[in-house]
Ligand binder design. Sequence first.
Ligand code: LIP
Length: 262
Amino acid sequence: MNAQDRQARLDAAVAAAREAGGVALAHFRDLGALTVESKGVQDLVSEADRETERVIKGRLTADFPDDAFVGEETGADRVDGERGTWVVDPIDGTQPFLLGLPTWCVSIAYVADDDMQVGVVYNPVTDDLYTAQRGGGATLNGKPMHVREVSSLSEGLTGMGCSSSTTPQQLGHIAEGLRAADGMYHRCGSGALTLAYVAAGQLIGYIEMHINAWDCLAALLLIEEAGGRANPFLAEHGVTGGGRIIAGAPGVYDKLTSLLPA
Ligand code: LIP
């Protein structure tokens, strides 16, 4: 992918994230009007998710009609491995969103040539915009951001994700190992936003037994372009799959990996 095409997609992703973020924020300010549906254990959805995704998909497919699209709410559209693909979670952190908590975001990734090329994570509540393009570094609100320089889990907070895909035994194993290493966990309900906190140097790492591609691909690029390390999630799971995720400062990456049960 050339630099001009990559920049055009970054610009479009930022515009789409801000436009859709405004739509989601309006719903966030009027939660009582939403009908909440369950997709499973601790897995909720509302019309806010679907409307926000429609806004993003409408803008990006109009700007780039030859691109493919994967969205948490609308699924995979023309994904064939040959086209560039948008991978989108319109509201990551649906549960905090529906509870009126501020830790949710819009996550937009662009994947081409078997690699994440563009990543945008936007929190409309705080108006914090995290962006990265492959080879171009990572920014928070337009300023360069870098992962924290640490060598021990005791030097900061480690983000953890947990869903019904994580067993009680796996969660216990992770928590026990983290505490034994004098670490401490942080969970906000949005994997994308927590990963962005790692890229910004606020947390030192993130681990979860199973996360979906639309939750994490944008933020994984943020971390890599901010000097961090991550498991080869895209190679392992593609743009529609899911699985374990390990990401963080280089000095603690191996320690983070050791926390996850086999
Ligand atoms: C969330 C993920 C997070 C996981 C939550 C939830 P959603 O995505 O970002 O990593 O721990 O259980 O799945 O459902 O809010 O889009």
